[in-house]
Ligand binder design. Sequence first.
Ligand code: NAP
Length: 296
Amino acid sequence: MAKIGFIGLGIIGSGIVKNLLKAGHEVTVWNRTTSKIAEMETLGAKSVADPIDLMHGYDYFAYCLADDFAVTEIITSGRELASKINSTTVVIDFSTIDPDTSLAERALYEARGVKFLDAPVFGTKGEANNGGLWIVIGGDENVFNSAQEVLTPISETLHYMGKGGNGAMMKLVGNLLVVSQLLSLGEALTMAKKAGLNLRDVLGIAAVADFRTPIYNGVGAGVLANDYEVNFPLRLMLKDAKLMQAFGARLGTSVSIADSVRPFLETGVEEGLGDLNASALIKVMAEKIGVDLSDK
Ligand code: NAP
C-alpha cells in the first residue's frame, strides 16, 4: 500500500481521501481550514500541521484545490511546494485549473525530475464519495500506469489523454458540455413556464426523448423542488466559465456557451448564491424573466 500526502479536503478532495483510505493506503492530509481534518482522522487519516511536512517520505503527493489562485499560492509561487518535494514522489493534481497553470506547475516539477500527472475529475459529491469519478489524465503514460493503485480506487473510469496538460484541457472541453446543458435546461424551463406548460410534463419528455441526459433529469428535478444543495458550487462554475473563455480565446475558438452563462453566474455570486449548487444559475435565469420554476 502506498503512502500518500493529500491537500484540499473540499467536496471532491474529502471523497477522494475516503476512498484512498478504504483501499488501504496510508493517507496523511492537510487542509487550510483545519476543522475539515477531523472527519478524515476519524476515518483513519493522519494529518500534518504544515504542508511542507508532506514533501518527504511519501510515494505520492496529491491535491484537489479550488482554483488557479490556490494552486499558485500553495504549489508554485507562494509556498513553493513544487520546488521542495522529494524527487521520487509522484505528484497528482486533481484540481480544475487553466491548462497553462497546469503546464507551469509541471515545468517546475519536471525541472527537478519529479513525475507529475494532471488529473482533473468529472463527477460530483456522490461520485467522489462512492469512488466513482471519471478522471482525465495527462502526462507520461508509464507514470499513469504506475499510478493505477491510487487512481483506480477513486474512479469508475480512467481516461489517459496523452501528453502533459491534456487532462486539464479535456476538463474544460467537458465542462463546456456540462454548462451547455445547464444553460439549455434553464432557457427551456423558463420558456415552458412562461408559456403555461406543466414543468413535470416537460421533464417527463426530456427524460425519454432523444435529447435526454442525466443532467436534465437530476438538475431538472432539483429545480422543481427548489433544491440547490451544493454538489458543485456555483462559484466554481463561474471560475470554470472564465477558464473556458480564456482557453477558447487562446485557441481562437468560439465559447458562446461560456459567454452566455457567465453573467448569470456572476449575478448568482453577487446575490450570495456562490456556495449553492451551480444549478442555481437556472434560478437566476428564471428570476430575470420574473418566473418561479419551483412547484413547491
Ligand atoms: P471546495 O469544496 O470549495 O474545496 C476546495 C479546496 O481548496 C478546499 O480544501 C479549500 O480549502 C482549498 N483551497 C481553496 N483556496 C485555497 C487557498 N488559497 N489555499 C489553500 N487551500 C485552498 O471545492 P471542490 O468542489 O472540492 O472542488 C475542488 C476542485 O475540483 C475544483 O477545482 C473544482 O472545480 C473541481 N471539481 C469539483 C467538482 C464538484 O462537483 N464539486 C466536480 C469536478 C471538479 P478550505 O477548506 O480551507 O476552503
